[in-house]
Ligand binder design. Structure first.
Ligand code: MF3
Ligand code: CO
Length: 291
């Protein structure tokens, strides 16, 4: 049973202000959208300023770890060496790699090369070679706050087709980002991404999406990048989620490796690319927290 908050009671957000002077109008607005049949965020998805500060500190580590990878990645190294860089840099900054032991995942980072869509497992048997494209997906826990972002790297001389895929996927992420604003919808972002991907002849992966993040690794909402404008969850200030479309040069169809149960590859073995950022919905628009 929930007790209705009095208008003169302290606001649920912890600001110390009276509810009527703080989040009452906000709650009324959400209730209006719910009444119109929209999916609306639960209060637990709305971060307080204090939580946002802590999440930003986690993001600073995540960004530094990816910067360390960027400075050292090269043809001839193994993906295990990338894992070693991530583990060492994360520990040096007093944090924990979120993937390690997450649902049994065995390493500190995901390294997904060419036709690997996501969740590639670092290995001392996998050597980066000239012409590869690789996604390095880093996630960090600092003081119990979570961050998550990934970048693509082109190793040596990459074919123009692969280079274009990598560039267009980044464009998709930032076109999607432009759509993120309070009282808009997650689908506004999803449609912008799907439109730009398909205009370039690519297909967006359907089964694997983004997620809310911050107090846990994967929070609601689940985020689709094949959604429609005006649909999916209402966006309100204080929500944090990832924009991380996986986009395939060929068919959107993907399959999970039967042996390791993690590695996702394209069915047609054509390349796939992904960039991931973490975005905060603000009063006036959005703020990128992690990239
Ligand atoms: N970092 C991935 C994401 O963006 C999740 C990887 S789960 C792992 O959501 F266990 F494979 F690391
Ligand atoms: Co993610």
């Amino acid at each position: 049973m929930a007790v209705k908050i009095g208008r003169n009671d302290p606001c649920w957000c912890g600001s110390g202000k009276k509810y009527k002077k703080c989040h009452e109008a906000f709650d009324d607005k959400i209730a209006y959208y719910r009444g119109q049949g929209h999916i609306v965020p639960d209060r637990s998805l709305i971060k307080t300023p204090a939580q946002i500060e802590k999440i930003k500190q986690s993001c600073a580590v995540n960004i530094a770890v990816l910067d360390a990878v960027a400075a050292q990645i090269h043809a001839g190294m193994t993906t295990q060496e990338i894992d070693d860089i991530v583990a060492a840099k994360t520990a040096e900054m007093g944090a924990i790699p979120a993937p390690l032991h997450y649902e049994g995942y065995p390493k500190s980072v995901c390294t997904s090369i060419n036709e690997v869509v996501c969740h590639g497992i670092p290995s001392d048997k996998v050597v980066l070679k000239d012409g590869d494209i690789i996604n390095v997906d880093v996630s960090t826990i600092l003081d119990s706050y979570f961050s998550d972002s990934s970048r693509m790297f082109c190793i040596g001389e990459v074919s123009p087709e692969k280079k274009k895929l990598v560039d267009v996927v980044k464009e998709c992420v930032y076109l999607g980002l432009e759509q993120v604003k309070p009282w808009g919808f997650l689908g506004d972002m999803g449609q912008a991404i799907n439109d730009h991907a398909t205009a370039n002849g690519y297909e967006v992966v359907r089964e694997i999406g983004g997620h809310g993040v911050g107090l846990a690794f994967h929070e609601d909402p689940w985020v689709s990048y094949v959604s429609k404008a005006g649909e999916e969850m209402l966006l309100v200030p204080g929500m944090i989620f990832t924009i991380e479309p996986m986009i395939n040069m060929g068919s959107h169809k993907v399959t999970v490796d039967k042996e390791d149960n993690w590695t996702v590859t394209t069915v047609d073995k054509k390349p796939s690319a992904q960039w991931e950022i973490m975005v905060l919905v603000t009063e006036t628009g959005h703020e990128v927290l992690c990239y």
